[in-house]
Design a protein around this ligand. Sequence first.
Ligand code: ZN
Ligand code: ZN
Length: 431
Amino acid sequence: MAAAPQHATDPATAAVLAGLDDLRPELEACYRDLHTHPELSGQEHRTAARAAERLREWGCTVHEGIGGTGVVGVLANGDGPTVLLRADLDALPVREDTGLPYASTATARDATGEQVPVMHACGHDVHVSCLLGAVGLLARARERWHGTLVALFQPAEETGAGADAMVADGLAARIPRPDVALAQHVLPAPAGSVGTRSGSFLSAADSLRITVYGRGGHGSAPQSAIDPVVMAAMIVVRLQTIVSRELAATQPAVLTVGSLRAGTTGNVIPESAEIQLNVRTYDEETRQRVLSAVRRIVQAECDASGATRAPTFEETSRFPPTVNDEQTTDRVAAAFAAHFGDRAGPAPLQTASEDFSQIPDAFGIPYTYWGIGGIDPRAFEEARRRGTVQQDVPTNHSARFAPVVQPTLDTGVSALVVAALCWLGGAGGDG
Ligand code: ZN
Ligand code: ZN
């Protein structure tokens, strides 16, 4: 492939993006409003209604309530390919600590009924605003492209339930069949940058709740009890040998025990202990290998302790791996290089996970998913020079994660438009 000349945005794309100056104030206001009013997974009623309202204003046919609060806007503009662009709607149970004037003070009841603080700590408010911006620009410049734009706003990404819920609710029968699906995520990288990656990009994630059973008793008489606390402690340590001793150095995986609970006081041996863990892998073979090693180790440690009952394993969430289609990614990467110049480049492999791929997989269509930066470029560069990026740059899910409004929004809107026009633009062919 010939190297694309720097900043050689094609005329159709340039004409569509020319509307951004006009739209920018509205998009920035929309972003701040969404940031101030975050909603938990599956509860995104206000956010979904705002999105639907905008989509209608711009002439889309709007489908609401797909898989709960999912919204899809369809903008049909003559013959041509159909491109699906996806944004996620939900926020997290995190107490915001950014100090921003538009910071969230919202609280809500989570799925267990507990009152929790809510924050857009993963930047899904950026995604929603950027997708609305892209639809707005394409709606205003219909003479510059042809085909069908499908703007999909997905609920409950953080719990891994939303994409699946939309698919199970008949998504495929309710919207035009796309030829390609595209999505993006704001990441702790310099704002203004975009990063693409062919093949594996995001890991698969499996979360398990494991309960091991002993025999409770008096803390003074361990000989008449079977101690599940010791059993669980041995398991936690031994599980760390899976990645270090059972996988090749070239086979990336992460295993984290995030919760370990047993007993209520110091002088009582409890009946059981509960371990919650999370596994990240990039291919099915490694995934199976790690998950079966978890079961083997837990079972063996229970046997070693003389456990009275077999351990129980409960899957609490599951995310598929995100594996970007090579041809689709090359096409988008070339357009990004032409438009963004040296602000576009390759993105590193991420250990985060996404359920986005379940949507293209439901249609059997290729997809690519890319990253955009959200951190003040000067602050990022300073941290890089000091070697303190890990400590000083707040990541997604941090209470201090605060993407700068610009150039983050401009970049996210432009990236979606540039990528969509790879198929919908006059020169893009038929996908
Ligand atoms: Zn997240
Ligand atoms: Zn996210």
